[in-house]
Design a protein around this ligand. Sequence first.
Ligand code: NAD
Length: 439
Amino acid sequence: MSSNKKENDKDKGHHTPVSIPKAEWDSSMLELAQSQFLKAAALMDLDENIRDRLLFPQRTMIVSFPCRLDEYSDVETVFGYRVQHVLTMGPTKGGIRYHEDVNLGEVSALAMWMTWKCSLMHLPFGGAKGGVRINPQKMSRPELQRLTRRYAMEINNMIGPDKDIPAPDMGTNAQVMAWIMDTYSQQVGYAVPEVVTGKPVVLGGSHGREEATGRGLVYLIKEAADHLNIDLNKSTAVIQGYGNVGRHATHFLDELGASIIGISDVSCALYNSKGLNLHEVNDWLEKNSVLQGFPNADEISNQELLELECDVLAPCALQNQITADNAPYIKCKILAEGANGPTSLEADGILADKGIFVLPDILGNAGGVTVSYFEWVQNTQEFSWTLEKVNNHLHKILVHAFQRTLVRSQRDKIDMRTAALIEGISRVAEAKLLRGVFP
Ligand code: NAD
């Protein structure tokens, strides 16, 4: 490869040379997921044998495969993952993430959280997750399609409508799910829409799936606000991340009358004390694709955004955003976690001391997997639900989970995250004991 070519590839964000994971399990996210789990396990007096079984995933797969770039002579080696944490509860379920930092530990942490989330929602799934270590923003659409199809082929034996059902996560969307569905269907020789969820509606996707995570988060914010006597109509909200989860959450909060004083994406954060005009923001994004440069707001750093005084702060971007360093300066009343793993264990303690009400990720962002479950049910029954039915069922399931978590948190005097984890873990532990040990 010429040095010019290498420079170009760097600009495009391609890994040149291939990025070799030094320690696949070495991930702060896995450490966080395991520490949260161990804290809950100790408090609930979980059987030690069950505890040790749940600390690591049951099945993991690492694949490396070639991805042909648009320049026909270039073939890049890419790493991909699929992890199934618990197979006890039914098929496994979890999104696929495209991000340049993905490794086995990160995917395993996300799979573990999926187990607790599905169990907390009483869905008949164990947790799974997948990922590919690339930067999707730097790839063309044909490159993304080739990469997705080859990744789907590599994990083809691991997934299936009765085995493991992928969905979108960070960096993937309905189009990526359509390519995976098509690739899987080509292998078996007939259309299998139920192998993925979060597909386009015309391919069997569910009404309401695309916005379900953001919608669910706002259903829960409403419950938390009612519990704390906060009138959302007079409230202020700050949302970190303006992707699938963040953008829809922002929209639904705006609909409830909250003033959106801060938002951010990978390019920058925006602040307007009088509230941002979302029509203007969306028009700007259509033309410019990133928030940077938007005229009717002040540009601030992502750190400043998190520390704004507001009623609702919703981290909806990345993990590890609220840590011991910035937790003392967080000034919201409700921390609504749309992202997975945005808050460290040390920060949890600080937020609790400050009296901040936390909607933990496994509750806060569970709207996505819940409507994914509805999509799978509709596909397996070959029947389609109306948006109204989807939203009614979603609301019922989320509010029920919120109430159970709140009651446990108040009764046992534990934080909402630990209460949600114990709700989730206890059903998995019970199922494991009932199924017994094979052989
Ligand atoms: P997305 O790719 O659609 O959006 C991510 C957003 O975060 C983008 O706006 C991006 O610009 C922004 N971002 C990236 N890096 C940033 C940084 N350093 N600072 C600030 N903003 C940054 O992803 P998504 O699907 O919305 O997922 C976001 C989070 O929600 C992830 O943690 C994901 O695991 C979680 N989640 C997603 C779903 C879902 O249905 N999509 C479901 C449950 C949980």
